[in-house]
Design a protein around this ligand. Structure first.
Ligand code: ZN
Length: 380
C-alpha cells in the first residue's frame, strides 16, 4: 500500500454489516476506530445498498494517513466515499474537532456523520439538515455557504482562533461563523489533545469554546435607556460560550443566525430567540417613548422647526446591500471587531466579560429641544 498515492482506493468510513442502521465508523474518531479494529466482524462500504467488504488498516509509518479502510478483495471495489475527495490530508487537529462536534451532536440525539460524502460537510447533522464546517485554513467561505443554502441546508462555520484573514473575518461576521478554540475545561487555557493520541485524561479535559458572534443580553445595569437612545442603537453584546451549549442551542433552533442589520446588529450574530424577544420589547418601549414625546409636542402646539431632525437615520435593513451596511461601520467599530477576534482569557480563568460590539452607536443622542419665540427671532 505504501508506494501508492496516499488516498487512492481507500476510504475513511466503514459500516458494520450486522448493524446496517448504526452510525458509520470513521477513522478520525478513536472509539470508532477501536470498534473497526475488533476481530470477528465484517466491515462493508458505508454507502447504503453497497455490500463491498472492507478491512481496517493501521499504518503508523504513513504520516498523513495512518488509519484507513481498504478493499478486502482487489476484484470487488467501488467508488463510494473515497478518502481523497476532500483536497489534501486532514490534520489531526481537524479530525479531533470534527470528531468532538459529531459526538456533541450525537449526545443530543442527532444522527451526525463526520466528512459526509454526499454534502462534503465536515460534520453533517441529518435531521434537521445542518452542515458544521471546521476552518483551520483560509478557504472559499462564501461559495461553500451558498452551495449549502442552495441545497436547503443550514451551515455554521467554526473558525479557528488566530485564523485572521479578511476572508475569515467576512465569514465570521457576515457568513454564519463563530470563533473557536480548544481549552482545558478547568483552567480555560488552550490545549492540544490531538498531539497526544493515547492521552484520554487530556481528551476528557478538553472542551471547545466559542465566541465572536455569540450574542448576549446587555450587561445588567448597563442596558441602553429606551428614553435616551435612537432607533439605530446596538443593544446586544457578545460573549463566550462552551461549544457544547452553543451547538445544543443552534441545532435545536433556540439560537439562530441574524444577519447584520436585522436586530440593531451591525454584524451577523447567533442570538437566542428569548433574547430577540427581550430586544423587541426594548424597541417597543423606545417607540412608545417617541410617540409620547410627539404627543406632548403636539399638545403644547409649539411650532416645529424644519431644521431639527425629528427622527434619526434608520438602521440598516436586511434589504440594504451589504456594502451599504458596511458603510455604517466606523474605524472604531472595526477596531472593536478586531479586538473581538483575539483570545478570550488572556490571564484569568473566568470567561471574559461581555464586550459591547458597537458602543459608539449607543452613545445617547441629545433630545430634540423646543425653542422659545425669541430664539426664532435670533434665527431670522
Ligand atoms: Zn460502495
Amino acid at each position: 500500500m505504501e508506494d501508492r498515492p496516499a488516498h487512492r482506493g481507500t476510504k475513511r468510513h466503514a459500516r458494520l454489516r450486522h448493524n446496517p442502521r448504526g452510525p458509520l465508523l470513521w477513522v478520525g474518531d478513536d472509539e470508532d476506530w477501536e470498534t473497526a479494529r475488533q476481530k470477528d466482524q465484517v466491515l462493508v462500504c458505508p454507502e447504503t445498498a453497497c455490500d463491498i467488504e472492507l478491512a481496517a488498516v493501521h499504518a503508523p509509518s504513513n504520516r498523513y494517513n495512518p488509519r484507513f479502510f481498504r478493499f478486502k478483495s482487489a476484484s470487488r471495489i467501488c467508488g463510494h466515499w473515497p478518502a481523497g475527495n476532500r483536497g489534501g490530508p486532514e490534520t489531526p487537529q481537524h479530525d479531533w474537532v470534527k470528531a468532538r462536534l459529531a459526538r456533541i451532536a450525537r449526545h443530543q440525539g442527532y444522527q451526525a456523520t463526520a466528512e459526509h460524502w454526499h454534502t462534503r460537510a465536515d460534520v453533517y447533522v441529518h435531521e434537521p439538515a445542518f452542515c458544521l464546517e471546521v476552518q483551520l485554513r483560509p478557504t472559499q467561505f462564501a461559495d461553500r455557504t451558498a452551495s449549502r443554502h442552495h441545497k436547503g441546508t443550514e451551515v455554521c462555520w467554526f473558525i479557528r482562533d488566530g485564523l485572521d484573514s479578511k476572508k475569515s473575518r467576512q465569514a465570521l461576521f457576515h457568513g454564519r461563523g463563530v470563533r473557536f478554540r480548544v481549552v482545558d475545561r478547568e483552567t480555560h487555557r488552550p490545549i492540544e489533545p490531538w498531539n497526544e493520541p493515547g492521552n484520554y485524561d487530556l481528551d476528557r479535559r478538553a472542551v471547545i469554546e466559542v465566541w465572536g458572534t455569540v450574542a448576549r443580553l446587555p450587561r445588567r445595569g448597563r442596558e441602553p435607556d429606551p428614553t435616551a437612545t435612537g432607533p439605530g442603537v446596538s443593544w446586544f453584546t457578545t460573549g463566550t460560550l462552551s461549544g457544547y451549549q452553543f451547538l445544543t442551542e443552534v441545532l435545536s433552533g433556540q439560537r439562530r443566525w441574524h444577519p447584520a442589520g436585522r436586530i440593531g446588529n451591525k454584524t451577523g450574530l447567533w442570538v437566542l430567540d428569548t433574547d430577540v424577544a427581550a430586544y423587541n420589547e426594548f424597541r417597543k418601549r423606545q417607540q412608545q417613548h417617541r410617540e409620547q414625546l410627539a404627543r406632548k409636542a403636539e399638545e403644547a402646539g409649539g411650532p416645529q422647526l424644519s431644521g431639527e431632525p425629528q427622527t434619526e437615520p434608520a438602521e440598516p435593513t436586511p434589504h440594504m446591500p451589504v456594502s451599504a451596511i458596511q458603510r455604517h461601520e466606523t474605524t472604531r467599530e472595526i477596531a472593536e471587531l478586531e479586538a473581538d477576534t483575539g483570545p478570550i482569557n488572556k490571564i484569568g480563568n473566568l470567561p471574559r466579560a461581555a464586550v459591547p460590539v458597537y458602543s459608539s452607536a449607543s452613545r445617547p443622542r441629545p433630545r430634540p429641544r423646543r425653542r422659545r419665540w425669541w430664539q426664532f427671532w435670533l434665527l431670522w
